[in-house]
Write a protein that binds this ligand. Structure first.
Ligand SMILES: [Zn+2]
Ligand SMILES: [Zn+2]
Length: 151
């Protein structure tokens, strides 16, 4: 089950739900993501990675991303690529959360901002108290009763 926080813009009332984690459809989403990566939909690097490393894994957890340039948030799959650690046993086929302790990071996926094209960084929603409104560039603050569970 994923979880999330809600942020509300104090100027225009826009809501943003920062839903992170995985949902019930995770295995399906994982499979589809790997298929898309193999077919080149996520770029040549990901395609090459799975061709050269059939044992490789991708992080399909939803994360909160915030743009370095304009501060606008979005939620998207992490999409970092991982390789199993040498000698690790019982490697999970579709890893998430602590499973990644059995893996080493191969490459981080470069997330781009939809609004300004800047670089978006993965942040922990629990650490974020405010962000920039995608609509009016005002200040979005955490909704007090904003902790919700999804899926
Ligand atoms: Zn706003
Ligand atoms: Zn931006």
């Amino acid at each position: 089950m994923g979880s999330g926080k809600v942020f509300i813009c104090s100027s225009c009332g826009e809501r943003f739900s920062a839903m992170t984690g995985i949902g019930r459809l995770f295995p399906k989403i994982y499979e589809e993501t790997v298929k898309k990566m193999r077919s080149g939909k996520y770029g040549d690097e990901c395609k090459k990675f799975f061709k050269e490393h059939p044992e490789g894994a991708v992080n399909c957890e939803k994360e909160l991303l915030i743009c370095e340039e304009c501060g606008v948030p979005k939620t998207e799959m992490n999409l970092s690529l991982y390789l199993p650690k040498e000698g690790a046993k019982n490697i999970p086929k579709m890893p998430f959360g602590n499973d990644f302790r059995k893996f080493t990071l191969y490459a981080e996926y470069p997330h781009k901002c939809d609004q300004c094209g800047g670089i978006c960084n993965v942040v922990k929603s629990s650490k974020i108290k405010r962000m920039t409104c995608p609509e009016c560039k005002g200040v979005m603050q955490e909704y007090p009763a904003g902790h919700i569970l999804w899926d």
